[in-house]
Design a protein around this ligand. Sequence first.
Ligand code: ACO
Length: 427
Amino acid sequence: MTDTLSVTDNRTGKSYEIGIENGTIRAIDLRQIKVTGGDFGLMSFDPAYLNTASCESRVTLVDGENGVLRYRGIPIEQLAEHSTFLEVAYLLIHGDLPGASQLAAWTYSVTTHTFIHENVKKFMDEFRYDAHPMGMLSATVAALSTFYPSARLIHDPAERVKHLHRLLAKMPTIAAFAYRHSLGLPFVYPDNDLSYAGNFLNMLFKFSEVKYEPNPVLERAVDLLFILHADHGQNCSTTSVRTVGSSQVDPYSAVAAGVAALYGPLHGGANEAVLHMLKRIGSVKNIPAFLARVRTGEERLMGFGHRVYKNYDPRARIIKKVADEVFEVTGRNPLLDIALEVERIALEDEYFVKRRLYPNVDFYSGLIYQAMEIPTDMFSALFAIPRTAGWLAQWLEMITDPKQRIARPRQVYLGKSERPFVAIEDR
Ligand code: ACO
């Protein structure tokens, strides 16, 4: 068997042999298929990248058919059970799990770069009192590039490392400051004695106590949710980071684009949308009527469905277990009963079964955050913090990949053909 594709162009009767590598053909190979010599050549048309690989990656495997997720080859279930977020961030960025001294150095570096310049703090103070934390986060991360101008030296490995550590370290600080700003509360400076997740809880919730002591169950739950959200292949925000980064801009600007993409309700905003939806459903008895509206297309069942997973999202399974542990500490979230019943009915309903729609990572994560008294506006920010590790791993892979160039898709122009300019008085 030869790894080629034979194509016959029925417009001309000509045949072509196109190479197949790693289960793909190269879209550029289609360009040789022309009707006339002056013809531009055939292109593939794939809005929303339904069947287009934009890169080769060695970071994360998402096998949606079988509900499999692996970071650098290691199953998410094993990482969730045995690892910590910072170790996972190291794994994603460096490619392998760290040894003990590497992990200690990495943890030290990330947890001692958590402070932000006082001017960044002042910058954040100037946002409107009710600014959405994701708007604040994307703008502030972009602004960091003006504080660290050497970040533009993206081809210098030492520079890259510096900014990568800074981004991972400062993301929780900026997110927590955005939260405190929205409540009109004073900012809480990082406590570098605490774990990554523990310090984040400290910056969110500390009041007048001398030392904030995070509840270990909640601290572990946040760390675990961070592990589950750390990377997910070429999703919308990662593709945004790669696309913006392909112009060779600094990593702060590229990551800010990722935050902006994550802000949308079809991506990181989904867990926030799930809670609004569950509140709107209001009671278990209203579920059948709500699902009937989903079937007719009047509603969308938020937290269900995924572009890649056509099976149970493995992260949703792990999150369901964490939810039980968290609710033991915080008390049961009353919306949980509605969520469980929605899931039960939907998984047996022909509409969802036929379309292979299963709960995704966002279906239960919002319930956990809400039980921890984190406001819904903050949910996407809690996604952006760990996803920064994935964005950076993918950004590094992209800028060191000789096959990558500036991202620039083609278009199919269907607009007007040439016509003359008409003076305003003649229109
Ligand atoms: N509720 C109802 N119907 C749905 C849903 C849903 N949540 N998701 C998909 N469908 C239907 C579509 O209407 C379509 O039906 P049709 O074939 O009759 O037209 C079919 O299932 C296929 O769906 P698409 O829209 O083609 O799926 P796509 O891959 O474009 O969208 C997405 C994926 C955006 C995640 C979608 O499932 C959705 O909107 N889900 C709700 C939002 C959500 O939970 N997003 C979080 C995703 S995970 C993450 O970003 C971390």
